[in-house]
Design a protein around this ligand. Structure first.
Ligand SMILES: Nc1ncnc2c1ncn2[C@@H]1O[C@H](COP(=O)(O)OP(=O)(O)O)[C@@H](O)[C@H]1O
Ligand SMILES: [Mg+2]
Length: 271
Protein backbone atom coordinates (compact mmCIF):
# COMPACT_ATOMS: atom_id res chain seq x y z
CA UNK A 1 0.00 0.00 0.00
CA UNK A 2 1.16 3.48 -0.81
CA UNK A 3 1.00 5.90 2.06
CA UNK A 4 -0.90 8.62 0.23
CA UNK A 5 -4.69 8.62 0.55
CA UNK A 6 -6.15 5.61 -1.23
CA UNK A 7 -8.24 6.45 -4.28
CA UNK A 8 -11.96 6.25 -3.78
CA UNK A 9 -14.43 5.96 -6.59
CA UNK A 10 -17.40 7.05 -4.51
CA UNK A 11 -17.38 8.91 -1.25
CA UNK A 12 -20.61 9.47 0.63
CA UNK A 13 -20.53 11.86 3.56
CA UNK A 14 -23.26 12.44 6.14
CA UNK A 15 -25.96 11.85 3.58
CA UNK A 16 -29.60 12.19 4.51
CA UNK A 17 -32.38 11.41 2.06
CA UNK A 18 -36.04 10.55 1.85
CA UNK A 19 -39.31 11.71 0.34
CA UNK A 20 -41.17 14.91 1.20
CA UNK A 21 -41.01 15.22 4.98
CA UNK A 22 -40.07 11.58 5.50
CA UNK A 23 -36.45 10.85 6.32
CA UNK A 24 -35.54 7.35 5.12
CA UNK A 25 -31.79 7.51 5.73
CA UNK A 26 -29.63 9.88 7.75
CA UNK A 27 -25.95 10.28 8.54
CA UNK A 28 -24.87 7.83 5.85
CA UNK A 29 -21.12 7.78 5.24
CA UNK A 30 -19.13 5.21 3.30
CA UNK A 31 -16.61 4.91 0.50
CA UNK A 32 -16.32 2.61 -2.50
CA UNK A 33 -12.89 1.71 -3.85
CA UNK A 34 -11.75 0.99 -7.44
CA UNK A 35 -13.09 -2.29 -8.83
CA UNK A 36 -14.80 -3.09 -5.58
CA UNK A 37 -18.04 -5.05 -5.48
CA UNK A 38 -19.88 -3.31 -2.68
CA UNK A 39 -23.24 -4.67 -1.58
CA UNK A 40 -25.90 -2.57 0.07
CA UNK A 41 -27.99 -5.02 2.03
CA UNK A 42 -30.84 -5.11 4.53
CA UNK A 43 -34.49 -6.13 4.74
CA UNK A 44 -37.33 -4.80 2.61
CA UNK A 45 -38.06 -1.12 3.03
CA UNK A 46 -34.80 -0.22 4.80
CA UNK A 47 -33.87 2.26 2.08
CA UNK A 48 -31.57 0.38 -0.28
CA UNK A 49 -33.24 1.62 -3.47
CA UNK A 50 -33.57 5.08 -1.96
CA UNK A 51 -29.82 5.20 -1.32
CA UNK A 52 -29.16 4.09 -4.88
CA UNK A 53 -31.46 6.82 -6.23
CA UNK A 54 -29.48 9.35 -4.23
CA UNK A 55 -26.17 8.03 -5.54
CA UNK A 56 -27.23 8.27 -9.17
CA UNK A 57 -28.87 11.66 -8.84
CA UNK A 58 -32.51 10.65 -9.20
CA UNK A 59 -33.22 11.87 -5.69
CA UNK A 60 -31.80 15.06 -4.25
CA UNK A 61 -30.34 14.48 -0.79
CA UNK A 62 -31.67 16.50 2.16
CA UNK A 63 -28.14 16.91 3.44
CA UNK A 64 -24.61 15.65 2.92
CA UNK A 65 -22.55 14.93 -0.14
CA UNK A 66 -21.86 12.27 -2.72
CA UNK A 67 -18.52 12.63 -4.52
CA UNK A 68 -17.14 10.70 -7.49
CA UNK A 69 -13.36 10.54 -7.89
CA UNK A 70 -13.04 13.35 -5.38
CA UNK A 71 -15.51 15.66 -7.16
CA UNK A 72 -18.80 16.53 -5.53
CA UNK A 73 -21.81 15.27 -7.45
CA UNK A 74 -24.24 17.03 -5.14
CA UNK A 75 -22.91 20.51 -5.85
CA UNK A 76 -21.81 19.91 -9.45
CA UNK A 77 -23.23 22.17 -12.15
CA UNK A 78 -25.27 20.70 -15.00
CA UNK A 79 -22.25 20.15 -17.25
CA UNK A 80 -20.17 18.46 -14.56
CA UNK A 81 -23.13 16.32 -13.56
CA UNK A 82 -23.57 15.14 -17.12
CA UNK A 83 -19.88 14.18 -17.28
CA UNK A 84 -20.19 12.19 -14.07
CA UNK A 85 -23.46 10.57 -15.19
CA UNK A 86 -21.77 9.36 -18.37
CA UNK A 87 -19.49 7.16 -16.26
CA UNK A 88 -22.46 5.28 -14.73
CA UNK A 89 -24.30 2.21 -15.87
CA UNK A 90 -27.54 1.66 -14.00
CA UNK A 91 -29.80 -1.36 -13.72
CA UNK A 92 -33.09 -0.57 -12.08
CA UNK A 93 -35.07 -2.99 -9.98
CA UNK A 94 -37.71 -3.49 -12.69
CA UNK A 95 -35.14 -3.64 -15.55
CA UNK A 96 -36.83 -0.63 -17.16
CA UNK A 97 -36.53 -1.98 -20.69
CA UNK A 98 -38.76 -0.26 -23.22
CA UNK A 99 -41.33 -2.83 -24.27
CA UNK A 100 -41.94 -1.21 -27.66
CA UNK A 101 -38.28 -1.54 -28.62
CA UNK A 102 -36.20 -4.58 -29.49
CA UNK A 103 -33.27 -5.56 -27.30
CA UNK A 104 -30.85 -4.07 -29.79
CA UNK A 105 -32.77 -0.78 -29.75
CA UNK A 106 -32.85 -0.77 -25.96
CA UNK A 107 -29.09 -1.31 -25.76
CA UNK A 108 -28.47 1.29 -28.43
CA UNK A 109 -30.42 3.97 -26.59
CA UNK A 110 -27.61 5.27 -24.33
CA UNK A 111 -25.31 5.41 -27.39
CA UNK A 112 -27.82 7.55 -29.26
CA UNK A 113 -28.28 9.82 -26.26
CA UNK A 114 -24.67 10.28 -25.24
CA UNK A 115 -22.55 9.76 -28.35
CA UNK A 116 -22.54 10.85 -31.95
CA UNK A 117 -21.42 7.49 -33.27
CA UNK A 118 -22.78 6.52 -36.68
CA UNK A 119 -25.41 3.81 -36.89
CA UNK A 120 -22.99 1.11 -38.06
CA UNK A 121 -20.68 1.65 -35.10
CA UNK A 122 -23.59 1.68 -32.70
CA UNK A 123 -24.74 -1.64 -34.13
CA UNK A 124 -21.28 -3.10 -33.59
CA UNK A 125 -21.21 -2.00 -29.97
CA UNK A 126 -24.73 -3.32 -29.40
CA UNK A 127 -23.75 -6.72 -30.82
CA UNK A 128 -20.64 -6.76 -28.64
CA UNK A 129 -22.57 -5.88 -25.49
CA UNK A 130 -25.23 -8.49 -26.18
CA UNK A 131 -22.49 -11.06 -26.67
CA UNK A 132 -20.83 -10.01 -23.42
CA UNK A 133 -23.99 -10.89 -21.51
CA UNK A 134 -24.65 -14.12 -23.41
CA UNK A 135 -27.45 -12.77 -25.59
CA UNK A 136 -25.78 -12.75 -28.98
CA UNK A 137 -28.31 -13.17 -31.77
CA UNK A 138 -31.20 -12.01 -29.56
CA UNK A 139 -31.11 -8.37 -30.64
CA UNK A 140 -34.35 -8.55 -32.60
CA UNK A 141 -36.41 -9.91 -29.71
CA UNK A 142 -38.78 -7.74 -27.70
CA UNK A 143 -38.61 -7.68 -23.88
CA UNK A 144 -41.95 -9.51 -23.67
CA UNK A 145 -40.33 -12.46 -25.45
CA UNK A 146 -37.65 -12.83 -22.77
CA UNK A 147 -37.43 -14.80 -19.55
CA UNK A 148 -36.70 -12.94 -16.30
CA UNK A 149 -33.03 -13.86 -16.46
CA UNK A 150 -32.71 -12.70 -20.07
CA UNK A 151 -34.33 -9.37 -19.18
CA UNK A 152 -31.73 -8.83 -16.46
CA UNK A 153 -28.98 -9.66 -18.96
CA UNK A 154 -30.43 -7.28 -21.51
CA UNK A 155 -30.61 -4.54 -18.90
CA UNK A 156 -26.98 -5.26 -18.04
CA UNK A 157 -26.00 -5.02 -21.72
CA UNK A 158 -27.68 -1.62 -21.90
CA UNK A 159 -25.97 -0.51 -18.67
CA UNK A 160 -22.62 -1.50 -20.20
CA UNK A 161 -23.22 0.29 -23.50
CA UNK A 162 -21.11 3.33 -22.63
CA UNK A 163 -18.32 1.32 -20.96
CA UNK A 164 -19.18 2.60 -17.51
CA UNK A 165 -16.63 2.99 -14.75
CA UNK A 166 -19.29 2.27 -12.15
CA UNK A 167 -22.31 0.00 -12.42
CA UNK A 168 -25.23 0.39 -10.02
CA UNK A 169 -27.43 -2.63 -9.82
CA UNK A 170 -30.72 -2.88 -7.90
CA UNK A 171 -31.63 -6.46 -6.94
CA UNK A 172 -29.89 -8.39 -9.76
CA UNK A 173 -31.33 -11.74 -8.74
CA UNK A 174 -34.76 -10.69 -7.58
CA UNK A 175 -37.46 -12.93 -9.04
CA UNK A 176 -34.91 -15.33 -10.56
CA UNK A 177 -34.74 -19.02 -9.77
CA UNK A 178 -31.55 -20.20 -7.97
CA UNK A 179 -29.85 -21.45 -11.14
CA UNK A 180 -30.54 -18.31 -13.15
CA UNK A 181 -29.54 -16.26 -10.16
CA UNK A 182 -26.20 -18.06 -10.00
CA UNK A 183 -25.66 -17.42 -13.72
CA UNK A 184 -26.33 -13.72 -13.10
CA UNK A 185 -23.76 -13.75 -10.29
CA UNK A 186 -21.20 -15.35 -12.58
CA UNK A 187 -21.89 -12.72 -15.21
CA UNK A 188 -21.43 -9.92 -12.70
CA UNK A 189 -18.04 -11.31 -11.67
CA UNK A 190 -17.05 -11.73 -15.30
CA UNK A 191 -17.95 -8.10 -16.07
CA UNK A 192 -15.91 -6.90 -13.12
CA UNK A 193 -12.94 -9.02 -14.18
CA UNK A 194 -12.99 -8.20 -17.87
CA UNK A 195 -14.01 -4.54 -17.68
CA UNK A 196 -12.64 -3.62 -14.25
CA UNK A 197 -15.89 -1.94 -13.26
CA UNK A 198 -16.64 -0.81 -9.75
CA UNK A 199 -20.02 -2.12 -8.72
CA UNK A 200 -22.58 -1.09 -6.15
CA UNK A 201 -25.19 -3.77 -5.83
CA UNK A 202 -28.38 -3.62 -3.81
CA UNK A 203 -29.57 -7.00 -2.71
CA UNK A 204 -31.24 -9.04 -0.07
CA UNK A 205 -30.29 -12.33 -1.71
CA UNK A 206 -27.97 -14.01 0.77
CA UNK A 207 -26.43 -16.49 -1.65
CA UNK A 208 -25.38 -13.67 -3.99
CA UNK A 209 -24.09 -11.57 -1.12
CA UNK A 210 -21.81 -14.35 0.07
CA UNK A 211 -20.70 -15.25 -3.46
CA UNK A 212 -19.95 -11.79 -4.75
CA UNK A 213 -19.51 -9.10 -2.14
CA UNK A 214 -16.04 -7.76 -1.36
CA UNK A 215 -17.71 -5.72 1.34
CA UNK A 216 -21.23 -4.98 2.49
CA UNK A 217 -22.94 -2.13 4.22
CA UNK A 218 -26.01 -3.17 6.18
CA UNK A 219 -28.90 -0.70 6.32
CA UNK A 220 -31.63 -0.83 8.91
CA UNK A 221 -35.12 0.61 8.70
CA UNK A 222 -35.38 1.59 12.39
CA UNK A 223 -31.89 2.99 12.61
CA UNK A 224 -32.38 4.84 9.29
CA UNK A 225 -28.75 4.16 8.52
CA UNK A 226 -25.79 1.83 8.33
CA UNK A 227 -25.65 -0.59 11.25
CA UNK A 228 -22.65 -2.63 10.07
CA UNK A 229 -19.91 -2.70 7.46
CA UNK A 230 -17.44 -5.46 6.55
CA UNK A 231 -17.11 -8.65 4.56
CA UNK A 232 -20.20 -10.88 4.76
CA UNK A 233 -18.25 -13.75 6.31
CA UNK A 234 -16.67 -11.53 8.94
CA UNK A 235 -20.02 -9.94 9.85
CA UNK A 236 -21.88 -13.25 9.96
CA UNK A 237 -19.21 -14.70 12.24
CA UNK A 238 -18.32 -11.81 14.48
CA UNK A 239 -21.05 -9.17 14.49
CA UNK A 240 -22.55 -8.74 17.94
CA UNK A 241 -25.57 -6.94 16.51
CA UNK A 242 -28.50 -9.40 16.51
CA UNK A 243 -30.09 -7.65 13.49
CA UNK A 244 -26.95 -8.21 11.43
CA UNK A 245 -26.43 -11.76 12.67
CA UNK A 246 -30.08 -12.66 12.01
CA UNK A 247 -29.99 -11.21 8.52
CA UNK A 248 -26.76 -12.92 7.50
CA UNK A 249 -27.42 -16.25 9.17
CA UNK A 250 -30.97 -16.85 8.04
CA UNK A 251 -31.98 -19.79 5.92
CA UNK A 252 -32.74 -18.51 2.42
CA UNK A 253 -35.64 -20.93 1.98
CA UNK A 254 -37.26 -20.23 5.31
CA UNK A 255 -40.84 -18.93 5.37
CA UNK A 256 -39.58 -15.67 6.89
CA UNK A 257 -37.42 -15.07 3.83
CA UNK A 258 -40.24 -15.97 1.49
CA UNK A 259 -42.44 -13.43 3.26
CA UNK A 260 -39.78 -10.79 2.96
CA UNK A 261 -39.57 -11.52 -0.72
CA UNK A 262 -43.28 -11.13 -1.14
CA UNK A 263 -43.40 -7.97 0.95
CA UNK A 264 -40.72 -6.38 -1.17
CA UNK A 265 -42.11 -7.98 -4.31
CA UNK A 266 -41.10 -6.23 -7.47
CA UNK A 267 -43.26 -5.09 -10.26
CA UNK A 268 -41.86 -7.15 -13.07
CA UNK A 269 -43.91 -5.61 -15.82
CA UNK A 270 -41.95 -3.74 -18.44
CA UNK A 271 -42.68 -0.17 -19.42
N1 LIG B 1 -41.28 7.26 -4.18
C1 LIG B 1 -41.47 7.14 -2.85
N2 LIG B 1 -42.21 8.04 -2.17
C2 LIG B 1 -42.39 7.94 -0.84
N3 LIG B 1 -41.85 6.96 -0.07
C3 LIG B 1 -41.11 6.04 -0.69
C4 LIG B 1 -40.87 6.07 -2.11
N4 LIG B 1 -40.08 5.02 -2.44
C5 LIG B 1 -39.83 4.36 -1.28
N5 LIG B 1 -40.44 4.97 -0.24
C6 LIG B 1 -40.37 4.56 1.18
O1 LIG B 1 -39.01 4.64 1.60
C7 LIG B 1 -38.65 3.53 2.41
C8 LIG B 1 -37.48 2.81 1.80
O2 LIG B 1 -37.87 2.25 0.55
P1 LIG B 1 -36.85 1.57 -0.45
O3 LIG B 1 -35.66 2.43 -0.59
O4 LIG B 1 -37.60 1.23 -1.67
O5 LIG B 1 -36.47 0.25 0.37
P2 LIG B 1 -35.71 -1.07 -0.13
O6 LIG B 1 -35.19 -0.83 -1.50
O7 LIG B 1 -34.65 -1.29 0.90
O8 LIG B 1 -36.72 -2.18 -0.07
C9 LIG B 1 -39.90 2.67 2.53
O9 LIG B 1 -40.54 2.99 3.75
C10 LIG B 1 -40.74 3.10 1.36
O10 LIG B 1 -42.09 2.96 1.63
MG1 LIG C 1 -35.62 -1.77 -3.35
Amino acid sequence: MKNDTPATVIEVKNLACGYGETVVLQEISFAVHPQELLFVIGGSGCGKSTLLRCLIGLLKPFRGDVAYFGKSFTTADAGQRREILKTFGVLYQDNALWSSMTLAENVSLPLEEHTSLPRSERAEIVALKLTQVGLSGSGDLFPSELSGGMKKRAALARALALDPVIVFFDEPSEGLDPITSREMDRLILQVRETLGTTMVIVSHQLSSIFRLADRVIVLDHEAKGIIAEGTPAELAATSTDPRVRDFLNQDEDSPKRMNQHLAGGPDHSSK
